[in-house]
Design a protein around this ligand. Sequence first.
Ligand SMILES: *[C@@H]1O[C@H](CO)[C@@H](O)[C@H](O)[C@H]1NC(C)=O
Length: 385
Amino acid sequence: MDQKSLWAGLVVLMLLQRGSAYKLVCYFTNWSQDRQEPGKFTPENIDPFLCSHLIYSFASISNNKVIINDKNEAMLYQTINSLKTKNPKLKILLSVGGYLFGSKGFHPMVDSSTTRLEFINSVILFLRSHNLDGLDVSWIYPDRKDNTQFAMLIHELAEAFQKDSVKSTKERLLLTSGVSAGRQMIDNSYQIKKLADDLDFINLLSFDFHGSWEKPLVTGHNSPLRKGQLDRGTSSYYNVEYAVGYWIHKGMPAEKVIMGIPTYGHSFTLASANTAIGAPASSSGAAGPITKSPGDLAYYEICQFLQGAKITRLQDQQVPYAVKGNQWVGYDDVESVETKVQFLKNLNLGGAMIWSIDQDDFTGKSCNKGPYPLVQAVKRNLGSL
Ligand SMILES: *[C@@H]1O[C@H](CO)[C@@H](O)[C@H](O)[C@H]1NC(C)=O
């Protein structure tokens, strides 16, 4: 064999060893359909080739059964099926839980094996009857006394999905979980070695590291890639690099870690003329004109905000923030998501997760970089999906 074909062979071998291509896992929310134009987002806005996995959020639990309460439920199932017809490789999952549903939503379902079984049976029936490919459990978050029940629920789901694939002779349903990136939560909420056996992958919520809920109230970035020069003590944990490393250190295989990248920023109202990171703030930033939630801005709102704003790139944390008047926002842009994707590839992670595609500039009208500038940048830098 000559040198060239030897190299070609080696490259093929390395690709095979990586198993498969990177995953691009994209959440979309059912409440984005209620936003006013141009933020109104419905599943018909989804490009079937944008992501490898789409996750509808959120379903909930009622009488120990999984349910969807979407006001356009019938349309949703139709769209799911047409997306899958256009791209047969696309996987669409259902996420149950979420921030508002909280931890209490999972009780009393998780408390006994009978009620868990009732839930699990309802999940399989639901996913199969709507041609969905799996379940994402977004229990935000199990506390220390819940972590056994959480691990049991996941284990029983995994076993049931396995049995179902034999019985139905269909491809096995996927099982994933949206999990915390906070060190204390990682210690308390998850029996990681067990979860590593039972989950196909985790969707790491590696954002919301800083926001206007913090005391003392000072400016900080939503999703810094790395520790900042000013970070001391526990704030040294509040970055993507630390969270990813800690999950892996505690036993989650790197290839099962899907690293979260946000399409939104957190904003603050400055309390003084100091506009730096760590500057005093008086409250959350003003609500965006479309998303209307103080302290949160979608990327399509940030692009508008950037006109006439002063942009600073944090060299240590590798993310930007922008200031206009007394408003401060820490966010991700094409450059920072490219750096993040390079980071996750260097660590051989499983891929990137986007929260959420409805907050990217999905029309392309706000940022003038074409539709989905952030998701497209992630996709481009991941290479083939
Ligand atoms: C979205 O789903 C939640 C949970 O099922 C439900 O309470 C809410 O009404 C839904 N929103 C819309 C706009 O359908």
